[in-house]
Design a protein around this ligand. Structure first.
Ligand code: HEM
Length: 492
């Protein structure tokens, strides 16, 4: 009695019809622009998957090859699964390509259990320290913004009304925040080591998400094929490993346990403490684990935050009235003489509501990260067998007309009460819910607030004459990115 769903085809299941991998599309759709169009709108899996819930109900099933996948839609159901049935639905599936690359260590793809719990608790606590304590993040985000500002002004002038692609600038500033926290190093965007590292990560992700390397998930032996993308993937993996191992070794050699400089130091100190108190290797506190956790921080913390900021700018271009309201509020509360700071959070309700509304509309991680049922269980009248992949469709929650009035309309005021104060809504869940809820939520919120308010204080954004984004459903990849767009800026 598994949940109902569309009829699967032999061998491929529902893979071809719903979940078309972009690299396959690329083979058939030659023109880049056509390809972009195809990747948007009807082929955005989050939209198709939400539409299917209208046919099969809020719990339905699909097959990817022979793998049973259950899609959960709507807030009540997702909360019931991930909070009330957390012991069953908090595991992660064993996806061959990811398992090869991560060895299921670190946090994001680690199996649910005591090692994951200990590692996550430690990392969560360490990340919190960066926001509040002596290792404050604010100067780092400010420095990132200063770089964005200078570069944006320069490129805007050079572009002469054609518009500037903000992606590399924002991505650089966001990556630098993670670099500062984890590696204790900040880089200039022209720094060769930094660029090489970032290009490596981006290249590795592009290959893993968007090339024939995806076939490793069906035929794991392909990973060892000595040519093409498979060879490239192994090379990228080797290069990233060498880079991170070098940085960890440098930290070990210069460690002062009384004065941790960054996350790596804190982790090394924790390793020493565990050794002294008799903690075993089984607890996971080892350099090997540290290596995969740093990879997780970059992968989970860079694309998500970058794309959220890009969505914010895009929505401001499309809604100049909202942009003006935000600027008016920032001018009244912060003024122009200093940069916005975290202490302004709480006094800028309209601005915060705008950030939340962009996050609601864009849902940069629309299907969360796949979960897995760790044992066979009965759920809402259906049997969910052990090993079933569970996709919590966060997009469906944010577009649910039963909890949001006119969910497809962009309207920051929905997050404000009659006095203009911020309203918290429990079905606003861009960071997920339950035990696997985003570990970087607080950090991300700080970054989004500081970057967005600083950008709004300094510039007015608009799209170049006659330009419109291809679709507002975005481009599905590791996260949901806005379709490529350029902006013209006017300094304020
Ligand atoms: C997981 C959203 C930024 C670290 C997740 C999940 C979502 C999410 C939806 C999956 C929850 C689930 O599986 O049910 C976001 C958004 C971000 C953001 C929207 C930015 C706007 C960050 C940052 C970091 C981070 C900055 C760290 C530096 C993680 C980690 C996990 C995770 C480690 C895996 C947690 C686990 O499996 O226990 N995030 N995230 N995220 N996120 Fe984020």
């Amino acid at each position: 009695n598994i949940p109902p769903g569309p009829k699967p085809l032999p061998v491929v299941g529902n893979f071809g019809s719903l979940l078309v991998p972009p690299f396959l599309l690329k083979l058939f759709v030659r023109k880049a622009e056509e390809y972009e169009k195809q990747r948007a709108s009807p082929l955005s899996p989050q939209v198709g998957l939400t539409d299917l819930s209208k046919v099969y109900g809020n719990v339905y099933s699909l097959f990817v090859g022979s793998q049973l996948v259950v899609v959960l839609n709507g807030y009540e159901l997702i909360r019931d699964a991930l909070s009330n049935h957390a012991e069953v639905f908090s595991d992660r599936p064993d996806i061959p390509l990811i398992t090869i690359l991560t060895k299921r260590k670190g946090i994001v793809f680690a199996p649910y259990g005591p090692i994951w719990r200990k590692q996550r608790k430690f990392c969560h606590m360490s990340l919190r320290n960066f926001g509040l304590g002596k290792l404050s993040l604010e100067p780092c985000i400010r420095e990132g913004f200063a770089m964005v500002k200078a570069e944006l002004l320069k490129r805007n002038q050079e572009a002469g009304g054609q518009g500037v692609d903000l992606t590399p600038l924002i991505s650089n500033a966001v990556s630098n925040v993670i670099s500062s926290i984890s590696l204790g190093q900040r880089f200039h965007h022209q720094d060769e080591e930094f660029c090489t590292q970032m290009n490596l990560m981006a290249h590795g992700l592009e290959i893993s998400m968007n090339s024939a390397a995806l076939l490793i998930n069906i035929f794991p032996w392909l990973y060892y094929v000595p040519c093409g993308v498979f060879k490239q993937l192994r090379q990228v993996e080797r290069d990233i490993t060498a880079f991170l191992k070098k940085i960890i070794a440098r930290h070990r050699a210069t460690l002062d346990p009384e004065n941790p400089r960054d996350f790596i130091d804190m982790y090394l100190v924790e390793m020493l403490t565990q050794q002294k108190t008799g903690g075993s290797e089984e607890d996971g506190f080892s350099e090997d684990y540290l290596f995969y956790i740093i990879g997780d921080l970059f992968i989970a913390g860079t694309d998500t935050t970058t794309n959220s900021i890009l969505w914010m700018v895009l929505y401001m271009c499309l809604h100049p009235d909202v942009q003006e309201n935000v600027q008016r509020e920032i001018d009244a509360v912060v003024g122009r003489g200093r940069l916005p700071s975290l202490t302004d959070k709480g006094t800028l309700p309209y601005t915060e509501a705008t950030i939340m509304e962009v996050q609601r509309m864009s849902v940069v991680v629309p299907l969360a990260i796949p979960h897995m049922a760790s044992k066979t269980t009965e759920f809402h009248g259906y049997t969910i067998p052990k090993g079933t992949v569970i996709l919590p469709n966060l997009w469906s929650v944010h577009r649910d007309p039963t909890v949001w009035e006119n969910p497809d309309d962009f309207n920051p005021s929905r997050f404000l009460d009659e006095q203009g104060q911020l309203l918290r809504k429990e079905y606003f869940i861009p960071f997920g819910i339950g035990r696997r809820v985003c570990m970087g939520e607080q950090l991300a919120k700080m970054e989004l607030f500081l970057m967005f308010t600083s950008l709004m204080q300094a510039f007015t954004f608009r799209l170049p004459e006659g330009h419109q984004p291809l679709s507002m459903h975005g481009r599905f990849g590791l996260t949901l990115a806005p379709c490529r767009f350029s902006v013209c800026v006017t300094p304020r």
